[in-house]
Design a protein around this ligand. Structure first.
Ligand code: HEC
Ligand code: HEC
Ligand code: HEC
Ligand code: HEC
Ligand code: HEC
Ligand code: HEC
Ligand code: HEC
Length: 266
């Protein structure tokens, strides 16, 4: 597929439907995602209705799923959202189901990369979740069969944090002195897929902390601890900073929270 037609999400939703038939001619791009379902040799699309006969678990709440809302249809106009991830299902259906004759993306992220090309790069960054190594998978953090694919979106950020703290129990707390930054979500400091920075941080060194600890109208009170005040304190943060980061040994070593010190020291 050499020609790329750029579609926006809005064209997709308001301009009707994306037709897989189109994919034979061109690659359709939606935001950063490309529409390229996985293939199953010799099989044709049959539509999601067929799947509903046998897979109530995956189908019953699928209407609320991010990927269902894309409204993908095959060239006959049938909804084919299931086959977007599982590949064309005619052989599977004809066989009355079974294993190995349809794509099951549980173990490998390749199915997701078909459309989310940019994610492969993010998971290849020097500091990233070991998805390519198979130690953690896209579905550890994303819903595919119901609701928003990004867990906790729309709800409070603490709910979103639970996606992370089910594995990272140390950062869950509760802490006697919790860093209020956690209320802004783990992703206010960490890139969830990967980063060039150590510990998958969104910024390096003091820049990470200064994202919020500058005079900032959007975060009530955070401005009280503004950078100038910090850098001119008697403890001489300036010298310390030149020797390390804000969370180096002897400084704010417990950036998530502490049980002993309200300035997040140990
Ligand atoms: C965004 C991609 C995506 C879409 C869309 C999708 N699935 Fe899945 N499906 C997956 C992934 C990933 C797995 C493996 C992880 C899991 O079991 O949760 C899976 C697993 C399954 C399984 C195997 C479950 C098991 O326990 O072995 C079935 C059956 C299934 N999906 C059916 C469907 C049906 C029916 C639809 C449409 C209503 C659908 N899927 C839509 C990604 C998707
Ligand atoms: C006639 C019933 C039937 C229909 C229709 C059907 N399936 Fe299945 N499907 C099954 C059975 C049975 C299994 C095997 C379950 C097992 O052995 O655990 C299965 C397994 C699967 C698996 C897991 C395969 C694996 O290798 O682990 C996926 C994914 C799946 N189906 C998706 C779909 C999708 C998508 C559709 C619609 C295009 C569909 N199925 C239509 C009965 C059906
Ligand atoms: C057939 C193409 C296709 C496949 C395969 C696919 N996606 Fe998507 N996905 C899309 C499109 C299109 C969007 C919406 C455009 C966007 O937000 O970039 C999307 C959106 C998403 C979102 C963002 C939802 C939101 O609310 O913003 C997540 C997360 C996601 N996909 C995860 C996955 C995972 C995990 C898999 C593999 C199990 C997968 N996708 C497989 C096409 C696909
Ligand atoms: C460690 C948890 C985690 C894993 C593993 C993970 N994601 Fe995500 N992903 C997130 C979070 C959290 C967000 C929301 C980021 C935001 O709102 O800035 C997100 C956002 C996304 C989005 C929408 C925004 C964007 O960047 O385009 C897509 C698409 C996506 N992920 C796809 C994937 C795919 C594909 C995989 C597997 C190859 C995957 N993710 C694995 C946590 C994860
Ligand atoms: C399914 C379990 C799981 C989930 C969910 C998960 N992680 Fe991880 N995380 C891991 C594993 C495994 C590693 C790699 C640890 C290692 O290499 O020893 C890791 C590593 C990390 C690291 C350290 C990276 C480094 O370079 O040392 C950070 C930071 C991190 N995760 C943050 C998050 C955030 C934020 C979320 C939620 C968006 C999240 N994790 C969700 C399993 C998970
Ligand atoms: C205020 C910014 C900030 C927030 C918010 C934040 N972190 Fe961190 N996190 C850091 C810093 C800084 C480090 C590096 C600490 C170090 O190297 O000693 C780190 C390190 C980590 C590590 C690696 C620990 C290790 O010993 O290697 C994990 C895992 C982690 N964070 C998970 C999370 C989770 C889960 C959340 C949400 C509950 C979260 N973080 C929220 C700043 C933050
Ligand atoms: C996402 C925004 C955000 C980031 C990033 C952030 N903080 Fe905070 N921090 C806050 C908020 C909000 C408070 C609470 C302010 C208040 O109550 O006045 C706070 C409070 C603090 C306090 C307690 C001050 C006191 O006197 O109670 C310290 C110390 C602190 N942060 C250090 C750091 C360090 C070190 C970093 C970098 C690793 C960092 N912060 C990154 C938002 C953030």
């Amino acid at each position: 597929m050499t020609t790329k037609t750029r579609w926006t999400k809005n064209t997709l939703i308001f301009g009707g439907v994306a037709i897989w038939g189109l994919l034979l001619i061109s690659c359709v791009t939606v935001n950063r995602a490309v529409l390229a379902p996985p293939s199953v040799p010799g099989a044709k699309f049959v539509g999601s209705k067929e799947c509903a006969q046998c897979h109530d678990d995956q189908t019953s709440h699928f209407g609320s799923a991010s990927h269902a809302k894309l409204g993908l249809k095959d060239d006959k106009g049938n909804d084919s959202s299931c086959e977007a991830c599982h590949g064309p299902g005619s052989i599977h259906v004809k066989a009355g189901g079974g294993k190995g004759n349809i794509v099951n993306p549980r173990k490998s992220p390749e199915t997701c990369f078909q459309c989310h090309l940019d994610k492969r790069g993010q998971f290849s960054l020097p500091h990233s979740h070991p998805v390519l190594e198979g130690r953690i998978s896209c579905v550890d953090c994303h819903e595919v069969h119901s609701g928003n694919a990004i867990r906790g979106t729309g709800a409070d950020l603490e709910a979103q944090n639970e996606t992370c703290t089910k594995c990272h129990t140390q950062q869950k707390g509760p802490f006697v002195f919790e860093h209020a930054a956690l209320k802004e979500g783990c992703i206010s400091c960490h890139s969830p897929h990967g980063s060039v920075n150590q510990k998958m941080l969104v910024a390096r060194d003091a820049n990470l902390c200064l994202r919020c600890h500058l005079e900032s109208p959007s975060i009530p009170n955070a401005g009280q601890i503004n950078a100038n005040a910090i850098l001119s304190t008697p403890e001489n943060h300036n010298t310390r900073l030149m020797q390390g980061t804000c969370w180096s040994a002897g400084c704010h070593e417990a950036p998530h929270g502490s049980n002993v010190n309200n300035h997040f020291r140990r």
